[in-house]
Design a protein around this ligand. Structure first.
Ligand code: PLP
Length: 477
C-alpha cells in the first residue's frame, strides 16, 4: 500500500454516490461574511463558471505529489511515474468520451479556450472555406474562428434553442464550402442541450466536420465521440475546472491527421526531435502540440474526477440535477417580479442542464447578484456570461438599444449592461440551498433589500456602502 503524506480522509471512490458526494466537498462548511456582520455557510450556484473540488480528488493530487517530477525523458523513478501518470491520463480521458485513439489524438491544454484557439489555428482551412458556429456560443467558440475562414452563424428558434432548419439551410446555401460546424454541447446561458449526434450526421452528409464545445456538457451528460461513423464527433474540447478538478488542465481531442501536418501552434521545449541553428524537426503527436512542461497535476485531478463520474453514474447525476432544476423553476415561478429566461417548465428538467437565467423586475441583474451575495452568502453570476450575442437575443435587446449600449461600454460605462442572474448547479448542491436562495428572493421581491448599494459604473458592479470586510481576513498569500 502506497504511503502518502496527506492524511487520506476521503475513503474509497467505490463508496462515493450521489447521496454522500456533498460530504466530500472541500469548503462545504466555509462561512462567508454578510453585510450585517454575521457569517453563513456559502451556497455556490456558479458551477457553470467553475466547480470546487472534492476531498478524494485533493487526496489523489497529494498522493501523486510525492512522486512529482517532470515527464518524458527523465531517467529518475519519479519521472517514470510522472510520465506513466500523464500518458495513462490520455487513456482515461479517451475512455470517458469514447474517443478512438487510433484515429484521434488527445492534446492537453490549459482549458477549452486554449484548445479552441489551437484547433482554429491548426485546422487546414483553404480559401473560400466556411466555418459555421451558432448564435448561442460562448465567446471561446466564436472569436477563435473569426478571420480563420469565412464565418457564419446558425440561427435560433424563437425559444432560444438552435434552429436545425437553419443549419440545414446554411449548409445547402454554402453548397459544400462548410468545412466545420463548431457547436456547443450545451448553452452556458440557458442550459439548452444541443442534439450533437444529429448535428454531426447533418454536417457529415454535407461534407463538413463537427467540433463539439463540451465545456458545459461534459460534467452533466455522457459524450460519445465514437458513434458509428456518420454521427461521430470529429473534434471536442473540455475544461477540467468545470468537472470538479480545478487544477488547470483542458483537453482538445481531434483527428490526428490535421495535427500531423504543418508546424505546431506553439513551439519550444518538448515539441522537437532535433534542432539545428537553421531548422527544427518536429516530434510526433501528441508531444508536438504540447510545448513546454505540461500540467501533470491537472491531469491527475481530471482522471480522479472522471473516476468519480463513473463511480456515481450518469443516471443518478442527471436525476439529482434535474430535481434541483425543477425545484428552482417551481419556486421562482411563485415569486412576484421574477422573470425566467429560456425553458421555464419544471417538467423539462431532465432534458436540459441546471443552468437557469432569471431577473427580478425593477432591479438590475448586477444589483440582484450583489444582494444575494452580501445579504445571503449566495454566489451566482450575472451579466452576459461571455455570450453577448446570445444574451441579447434572449433578452430581446433591440438593435438601436444595443448600439447605444456599445457606445457606453466603449466609454467604459457598464452601468446599463444587459444581462441576467444565473444560477447553475453541480452534483453536490442540495434542495435546501435552492430554498435558501428562493426564500431570500421572496423577501427581496416583497420588502426590498437591507443595504444601500453603490454602483461602480466602470465595472458595472454594486458594493454595499460601509462594507468593511477584507479578503485578507480570510486568506493570506
Ligand atoms: C460553453 C462554454 N465554452 C467554453 C467555455 C470556456 O471555458 P474555459 O474558460 O475553461 O476555457 C465556457 C466557459 O464558461 C463555456 O461555458
Amino acid at each position: 500500500m502506497a504511503k502518502t503524506l496527506v492524511e487520506k480522509k476521503s475513503g474509497d471512490l467505490k463508496n462515493i454516490n450521489i447521496k454522500n458526494i456533498r460530504q466530500h466537498l472541500i469548503g462545504l462548511d466555509k462561512k462567508v461574511p454578510l453585510l450585517d456582520g454575521s457569517e453563513v455557510q456559502y451556497v455556490n450556484f456558479d458551477n457553470a463558471a467553475s466547480t470546487p473540488t472534492f476531498d478524494f480528488i485533493y487526496d489523489k493530487v497529494g498522493e501523486y505529489l510525492e512522486f512529482y517530477s517532470n515527464v518524458h525523458r527523465g531517467t529518475g523513478f519519479k519521472s517514470m511515474v510522472s510520465s506513466w501518470v500523464y500518458e495513462k491520463g490520455r487513456e482515461i480521458v479517451a475512455e470517458f468520451i469514447d474517443a478512438d485513439l487510433d484515429k484521434n489524438v488527445i492534446i492537453f491544454t490549459k482549458n477549452s479556450t486554449e484548445a479552441l484557439n489551437k484547433l482554429a489555428r491548426r485546422y487546414p482551412f483553404q480559401r473560400n472555406d466556411v466555418v459555421l458556429t451558432s448564435l448561442m456560443e460562448h465567446h471561446s467558440n466564436e472569436l477563435p474562428w473569426r478571420n480563420r475562414a469565412f464565418f457564419d452563424h446558425v440561427g435560433l428558434k424563437p425559444d432560444g434553442t438552435l434552429s436545425i432548419e437553419d443549419l440545414k439551410e446554411k449548409l445547402k446555401f454554402y453548397n459544400g464550402r462548410v468545412k466545420l460546424v463548431a457547436i456547443t454541447g450545451a448553452s452556458n446561458v440557458t442550459g439548452y442541450i444541443n442534439p450533437v449526434y444529429k448535428i454531426a450526421k447533418i454536417a457529415h452528409d454535407a461534407g463538413a466536420e463537427i467540433l463539439v464545445d463540451a465545456a458545459q456538457i461534459a460534467p452533466h451528460r455522457p459524450i460519445h465521440m465514437n458513434n458509428n461513423g456518420m454521427e461521430d464527433i470529429d473534434y471536442l474540447v473540455l475544461s477540467a475546472h468545470k468537472m470538479y478538478a480545478p487544477f488547470g488542465v483542458g483537453v482538445l481531442v481531434g483527428s490526428k491527421s490535421i495535427f500531423e501536418i504543418g508546424d505546431p501552434s506553439d513551439v519550444g521545449g518538448g515539441v522537437v526531435d532535433i534542432v539545428t541553428l537553421e531548422e527544427a524537426y518536429w516530434t510526433d503527436l501528441p508531444e508536438k502540440e504540447e510545448a513546454g512542461t505540461p500540467d501533470i497535476i491537472g491531469v491527475v485531478a481530471l482522471t480522479e474526477s472522471i473516476r468519480m463520474f463513473q463511480a456515481i453514474g450518469w443516471e443518478d447525476i442527471i436525476e439529482h440535477e434535474a430535481k434541483l432544476t425543477a425545484h428552482l423553476l417551481r419556486r421562482l415561478k411563485e415569486i412576484d417580479k421574477i422573470i425566467i429566461y429560456g425553458d421555464a417548465d419544471p417538467a423539462n428538467s431532465h432534458n436540459r442542464l441546471g443552468v437557469v437565467p432569471f431577473n427580478m423586475a425593477g432591479l438590475s441583474h448586477a444589483l440582484l447578484a450583489a444582494i444575494l451575495s452580501y445579504e445571503g452568502g449566495i454566489g451566482v453570476r450575472n451579466g452576459c456570461f461571455c455570450a453577448h450575442t446570445y444574451v441579447k437575443e434572449i433578452l430581446k435587446v433591440k438593435a438601436e438599444e444595443a448600439r447605444k449600449l456599445e457606445e457606453e461600454i466603449k466609454r467604459r460605462d457598464r452601468s446599463h449592461l444587459p444581462g441576467t442572474v444565473r444560477a447553475s448547479f453541480g452534483i453536490y448542491n442540495a434542495l435546501e440551498e435552492v430554498d435558501r436562495m428562493c426564500d431570500l428572493l421572496e423577501k427581496i421581491s416583497a420588502d426590498g433589500h437591507k443595504g444601500k448599494y453603490i454602483l461602480n459604473p466602470e465595472k458595472g458592479e454594486y458594493m454595499p456602502e460601509g462594507f468593511k470586510i477584507e479578503v485578507t481576513d480570510y486568506l493570506r498569500l
